[in-house]
Write a protein that binds this ligand. Structure first.
Ligand code: SF4
Length: 359
């Protein structure tokens, strides 16, 4: 992206507060690897801050710059200068996937070498600067045997929050749900038996998932697509980054405007009318374990029979059901232990209820 494209996009967004009327904002820099362009990002952030200040914009005191990075450049001079300058308005997530074996399955250099050793050496500095930030792990078919040991490894590195989910794409084969469930049951035992639940969080275990949904009260769209304006290097606007051409396998990209002409509200409107019932098959509406069963709007579109965004992909169905079974085991075991120790109330008071949040 050139600075001019970023500037035009910022000018459009800040000049139209009636279209962007949320009280707070996150500016998320998504690559490839965003920290390769930290000097450009620094310039963009400076422009954003100065414009919000000059316009007396309500976001000036309520903004955040967010990054998911592979962590390789984290300790470099330029990145550290950027962090020191913006620290109080930054969220940085380093994506380390778990053990060396798990991480190096996917995160490799061009010549095939794994990147684990180069990332892990930056973890202590990252945790010193952002002790409350978590890491983000994505699980696909080949990763399943490593789930338990990988989460435990991340906890052992001092990472307290492991945000983890299975991919939405249809990569699952017969038996994957059983492997997944076994991995999660082992993980539940390790977290509870070693009292790790007191300080650590793995997002696979959430108290409120696995229940039927109320069709009226819980009819919101899971996914934030349409409310997360995404801008590509040429200044095209998308409902979220998953609708850009580089994110799609089968379908044509969905452009809803650009930084010169702004948002075309006719193209955005279908995204704003999406909810649970308009896109779910009947089996999901009637499902006994529907809460927490997520979807990705971009994957729904990519996997649909036609060019519609109103056809929910249910490729993760058996993986969600496996997760729910393990989740029930986790909370039953944890609450029984706490009750035997007379610590249930103390736990409830000190641990805010963790709820499943959409992206
Ligand atoms: S995809 Fe499967 S588990 Fe999820 S809501 Fe639909 S039927 Fe239930």
């Amino acid at each position: 992206m050139s600075f001019d494209i970023a500037k035009q996009s910022i000018d459009y967004i800040l000049s139209n507060p009636e279209l962007f009327n949320e009280p707070s904002v996150e500016f998320d820099f998504i690559g490839g690897e965003p920290l390769m362009e930290v000097k450009l990002i620094d310039r963009i952030c400076d422009y954003l801050k100065s414009q919000m200040y000059k316009r007396n914009h309500k976001w000036f005191n309520s903004y955040r710059f967010c990054f998911a990075t592979n962590g390789l450049l984290y300790s470099s001079k330029d990145v550290q200068e950027f962090i020191n300058k913006n620290h109080t308005h930054l969220s940085i997530e380093i994506t380390i996937d778990g053990t060396k074996a798990k991480h190096d399955l996917n995160r490799i250099y061009k010549d095939g070498r794994g990147s684990y050793e180069d990332v892990v050496k930056n973890i202590p500095l990252w945790l010193e600067q952002f002790p409350d930030c978590g890491t983000k792990v994505t699980i696909s078919h080949a990763d399943l045997p490593y789930v338990c040991e990988s989460v435990m490894h991340l906890f052992s590195l001092g990472i307290k929050v492991v945000n983890i989910n299975v991919v939405f794409e249809d990569v699952w084969v017969d038996g994957d749900d059983k492997i997944f469930e076994t991995q999660l049951l082992n993980l539940a035992d390790k977290i509870i038996d070693n009292n790790l639940y007191e300080n650590c969080v793995c997002s696979f275990f959430v108290e409120n998932i696995g229940k039927p949904m109320d069709q009226i009260l819980d009819n919101g769209n899971w996914c934030g697509s349409g409310k997360m304006l995404s801008i590509d290097a040429a200044g095209n606007f998308y409902p979220c980054t998953r609708f850009a051409q580089y994110s799609l396998r089968e379908k044509k990209c969905v452009i809803i405007g650009n930084c010169v002409d702004g948002i075309d509200s006719n193209k955005l409107r279908p995204f704003l009318t999406l909810d649970r019932t308009t896109q779910s098959p009947q089996k999901c509406i009637d499902c006994e374990v529907a809460s927490g069963c997520a979807w990705c709007q971009g994957e729904n579109y990519d996997a649909a029979d036609t060019d519609t965004i109103y056809q929910r992909s249910t490729a993760i169905c058996k993986m969600h059901k496996a997760r729910v079974r393990a989740n029930n085991y986790y909370w039953n075991k944890l609450f029984r232990k706490l009750e035997l120790e007379g610590r249930r109330e103390e736990y409830n008071a000190t641990h805010k209820k963790q709820t499943e949040k959409p992206c």
